[in-house]
Design a binder for this molecule. Structure first.
Ligand code: ZN
Length: 465
C-alpha cells in the first residue's frame, strides 16, 4: 500500500489470498497469470521454510454468469459448475498442483451474510429496498490502496442501483433478487445474492483465519474498486487490516486490434496448452516480472517453446542424478518433499547458481532475473562441464514449475498412442470437438500431451502434475 517492500516474518504463517476467476467462460491467459504467479510464490516460500498457505477463490455468483447463461439458454448454476470444472481442468494441466484452498462463493453464503450483518450493526452499511450498501464515507481510510481522489471514483454498478444508494460512492454488499435471475439465497434483508467484493472478504477470512493475513494478490485491474472495497469492508468490520502486503500482477497485453484469429484462439488457456504445451505456457508467464505488463502473441509463445527445448536438451546431456535413481527428478506440486535451500547436493559453481536464482526470487519474486541466471549457468555448463549441473538446473526449474522438463522418456509414443492421435486428428477434421477432447484426455491418461502446430499434431511427454 505504501509502495514499499516488506520482509516476511518466518515465524508466522504466510497466508496468501489471490482473487481467482469469475466462472462465466473458459479462462484465458490473463486469468492464468495470477494462478501461476501465486502458485509459484507459495511454492518458493515453502521451499524457503515459510509456512505458506495459498488460497485462490472461484467467483461463482456474478452478473456476468447470469448474462452468459441467458445467452446460452441454460441455468446459471449449471454454467457456473461447468466453467468451474473447466477452470480446474485447464489450470490442472499447468502442472503446478492445486492451491491449499479454493473456496467458492456459493459455499460461503453464511459467512458472507454474517459479515454484512456485522457491517450493518456497526453503522458501516445500510439496507435500502432489499439491497444492502456499504457507506463509503463511514470508513475513513477509503482510497488508501488505489490513492484516488474520491471525485474520480466510480463503482461501476450501473444506474439501477443509484436510486437506492444514499451516496453515489457507496457500493452493494447484497443485491435483492431480480426478475430473470434464477438463483437467490435467503438473508435478513430478503432473498438475493451477495455483491462481488464482499464474497472475497468473507472467503479470505473463512480460509485464512484472523486478519490480517500476509499477502493479498490479484490482477492490477482489481486495485479499484474491488480491492479498495475488500479493504473497506474487512477493516470496518474487524478493526484490523485485511492484508499486510499487496501484490498485483500486470496485465497480459493483447494488442486487440492486431490480434489475428489464431492468436485469439490461443489466448484461451486450453488452446494455448494444446498448441504449445504446458511448459512453454508456464515459461512464457514467468518470462516477465509479475508487476509488469506482459506482451502476448504467437511470437512470445514460440520463443518460450524454444527456451524450454533448450532446457530439455541440456538435461538430456546433463541428466540429474536423482532422475536416474527413482525415475523422476523431484516431486511435483507443493508437497513437503520439496527441496529447500541448501538441501540439494550441489556444490561449488552449481550451488552458487542455485543461490543466485533463489536470491532473484527473494527480491520481489523477480522471475525474469532468475531465468536469466539459469540460462547463464546453462551456457557456462555447456561450454565446460560443471559437477552437479543437472541437479542444480532441476532445482531451479522446480522453483518455476518446470521440473517436468527433466522427465527422461526413453522411448517415443507407442502404436496405441499414435493411433489415438490419428483418431483425434480425424475428429477435429470432422469438427467433432467433444470426441477430440475425449481422445486428448485419453492420451493424457497415457502420459502424452497433444501439441498442435501448423505442421500437424505431435505428442510430447506430459507434465507430471
Ligand atoms: Zn477478490
Amino acid at each position: 500500500m505504501s509502495g514499499e517492500r516488506r520482509v516476511l516474518d518466518p515465524s508466522e504463517e504466510v497466508g496468501i489470498y489471490a482473487c481467482g476467476p469469475t466462472v462465466y467462460s473458459r479462462i484465458h491467459i490473463g486469468n492464468a497469470r495470477p494462478f501461476v504467479v501465486f502458485s509459484l510464490l507459495a511454492r518458493f516460500l515453502k521451499s524457503e521454510g515459510y509456512a505458506a498457505r495459498l488460497a485462490i477463490n472461484v467467483t461463482d455468483i456474478n452478473d456476468k454468469i447470469y448474462t452468459a447463461a441467458a445467452e446460452r439458454g441454460i441455468p446459471s448454476g449449471e454454467l457456473a459448475r461447468e466453467m468451474t470444472a473447466a477452470y480446474f481442468e485447464d489450470t490442472g494441466r499447468l502442472g503446478l498442483g492445486r492451491p491449499d484452498a479454493e473456496p467458492l462463493a456459493t459455499d460461503t453464503i453464511k459467512p458472507i451474510v454474517e459479515l454484512i450483518s456485522d457491517l450493518v450493526e456497526s453503522g458501516n452499511a445500510y439496507e435500502s429496498g432489499g439491497d444492502v450498501y456499504f457507506s463509503v464515507r463511514s470508513f475513513e481510510g477509503y482510497g488508501k490502496l488505489s490513492h484516488r481522489p474520491t471525485e474520480t471514483m466510480e463503482q461501476g454498478e450501473g444506474d439501477d442501483a443509484g436510486s437506492l444508494k444514499r451516496d453515489p460512492l457507496d457500493f452493494a454488499l447484497w443485491k435483492s433478487h431480480k426478475e430473470g435471475e434464477d438463483t437467490h439465497w435467503e438473508s435478513p434483508w430478503g432473498p438475493g445474492r451477495p455483491g462481488w467484493h464482499i464474497e472475497c472478504s468473507a472467503m479470505a477470512e473463512e480460509v485464512l483465519g484472523d486478519l490480517p493475513f500476509a499477502i493479498h494478490g490479484g490482477g492490477s485491474d482489481l486495485v479499484f474498486p474491488h480491492h479498495e472495497n475488500e479493504i473497506a469492508q474487512s477493516e470496518a468490520a474487524r478493526g484490523r487490516p485485511l492484508a499486510k502486503v499487496w501484490m498485483h500482477n500486470g496485465m497480459i497485453e493483447t494488442k486487440a486490434e492486431k490480434m489475428s484469429k489464431s492468436e485469439g484462439n490461443i489466448f484461451q488457456l486450453s488452446e494455448a496448452l494444446d498448441r504449445f504445451g504446458s511448459e512453454a505456457v508456464v515459461a512464457y508467464l514467468v518470462s516477465g516480472h509479475y508487476r509488469q505488463p506482459l506482451a502476448f502473441g504467437e511470437e512470445q509463445l514460440n520463443e518460450a517453446v524454444a527456451r524450454v527445448d533448450r532446457l530439455r536438451n541440456f538435461l538430456r546431456s546433463n541428466p540429474p542424478a536423482s532422475a536416474v535413481a527413482d525415475g523422476g527428478p523431484l516431486p511435483p506440486g507443493n508437497g513437503p518433499e520439496a527441496p529447500g535451500r541448501g538441501e540439494g547436493a550441489h556444490s561449488g559453481e552449481a550451488a552458487h547458481a542455485v543461490d543466485r536464482f533463489r536470491d532473484a526470487l527473494a527480491d520481489d519474486f523477480n522471475t525474469p532475473r532468475a531465468m536469466s541466471e539459469l540460462f547463464d549457468f546453462v551456457r557456462t555448463a555447456n561450454h565446460e562441464p560443471v559437477a552437479g549441473a543437472g541437479d542444480a538446473v532441476v532445482e531451479m526449474l522446480w522453483l518455476v514449475g518446470l521440473e517436468s522438463l527433466a522427465e527422461a522418456r526413453q522411448s517415443g509414443p507407442d502404436e496405441g498412442a499414435l493411433g489415438l492421435l490419428a483418431e483425434r486428428e480425424q475428429a477435429r477434421a470432422d469438427r467433432n470437438f467433444d470426441r477430440a477432447d475425449g481422445l486428448r484426455d485419453e492420451l493424457a491418461g497415457l502420459g502424452w500431451e497433444v501439441r498442435d502446430s501448423a505442421e500437424g499434431a505431435t505428442l510430447v511427454p506430459r507434465n507430471g502434475g
